[in-house]
Design a protein. Structure first.
Length: 363
């Protein structure tokens, strides 16, 4: 089997095969996603996140695309809210596995602009494709389109709600960087201090990243939230945090916590409102910021002034790897949700990943 060329970009490029060393990919567990809609992080366990990430690593290492695992499958990408990276990432994932895409690049081109209900649109999607990826400005859009939908629905962002596949891409990048985090527990000095810049209650990527991070609570030393709000969580998320047992702190100046952070997760601060400019110096990170030597920075992109381009050529930059890996995470999801494991050439995969790797796929 052919192998994919290594990803080379500015910043840090961890080897995905490190996630596969002496490991079994539990296809039986991944098959539990068959026919399921992917709407929220709460659907996942730590074990499931790790198995999806291992499958994504396998897809990144090997040219499984030659076996056309999505051949005959049609994926609808319905983006009622503008998107560049997320929509193209999903569509690239489908095309590279030989599936077909029907795309709605913006809501203005649909019947919604004339008053058609999302419920009726969901009914029509049943006839057109095998799965649908949706992004919408309204938080309740998933409930509305799901009323009549009978094919799997993948949430690519519902208003200020969640963005679960982005969180999977985030943690795929982190697990490639530190594969030991997938273990049940690690020594105290190996645990990580997460810093999250943003407001989880109103920023969907931050919300989903924090929720998924709590699945890895046994390997997290501390989580620091940097926000101008005294309580940036909301009631439900606050309860999850309280029950997690993880040490938390809230700060309004990243400079105070930055030197202690192992991972810095950022989002576009502009979405927090008119206060952005006055808080700019408190939230911005650049190559002169006092980051730990081995700290990494994640950002779902697009960025504004909060993440300076001077970090791009440093080893703190994990955000380009994060964006690149999103394609393979979404491929892994499509293969799992549509149960296309029968198209994977298991014996050839075993020989292709690395000479030292004896990879077993438990079916």
């Amino acid at each position: 089997m052919k192998t994919n060329p290594a990803f080379k970009s500015s910043g840090l490029n961890p080897d995905p095969s490190e996630l596969l060393q002496d490991e079994t990919i539990d296809i039986k567990l991944l098959r539990e996603l068959k026919g399921q809609s992917i709407l929220s992080v709460h659907q996942f366990t730590k074990e499931m996140v790790c198995e999806i990430s291992k499958l994504a690593a396998l897809l990144q290492c090997t040219k499984v695309s030659d076996y056309n695992p999505l051949q005959g499958q049609i994926i609808i990408t319905a983006f009622f809210e503008p998107s560049t990276r997320t929509r193209l990432s999903f569509e690239s994932a489908v095309h590279r596995l030989d599936g077909k895409v029907i795309s709605i690049p913006e809501g203005k081109t649909t019947g919604v602009a004339k008053g058609e209900s999302l419920s009726d649109i969901g009914e029509m999607f049943n006839a057109y494709g095998d799965a649908v990826v949706i992004r919408h400005t309204e938080t309740d859009s998933l409930d509305l389109i799901g009323e009549n939908l009978r094919i799997p629905l993948i949430n690519a962002g519902n208003g200020s709600g969640e963005h679960p596949t982005q969180a999977l891409a985030d943690w795929f990048a982190i697990l490639k960087w530190k594969p030991e985090l997938k273990q049940a527990s690690i020594p105290e000095d190996k645990k990580i201090h997460l810093g999250i810049l943003g407001t989880p209650a109103s920023m969907r990527t931050v919300n989903s990243f924090l929720r998924m991070s709590l699945l890895f609570k046994d390997n997290i030393k501390k989580i620091s939230i940097v926000s101008e709000l005294a309580n940036p969580f909301g009631e439900e998320l606050q309860e999850l945090i309280n029950n997690s047992g993880v040490e938390f702190e809230i700060n309004n100046d990243i400079k105070e916590v930055l030197p202690d952070l192992d991972v810095v997760y950022m989002n576009s601060i502009a979405f927090l409102g008119d206060n952005y400019r006055s808080l700019d110096s408190n939230f911005k990170i650049d190559s002169k910021s006092k980051l730990k030597k081995d700290a990494v920075v994640l950002h779902p992109l697009a960025r504004l002034d909060e993440l300076d381009t001077t970090l791009d050529s440093t080893r703190h930059n994990l955000y380009f790897t994060q964006a690149h890996g999103a394609v393979f995470i979404r491929q892994a999801l499509f293969i799992s949700v549509l149960d296309r494991f029968g198209k994977l050439p298991i014996e050839e995969i075993n020989e292709a990943v690395t000479p030292a790797l004896e990879l077993e796929l438990t079916t």
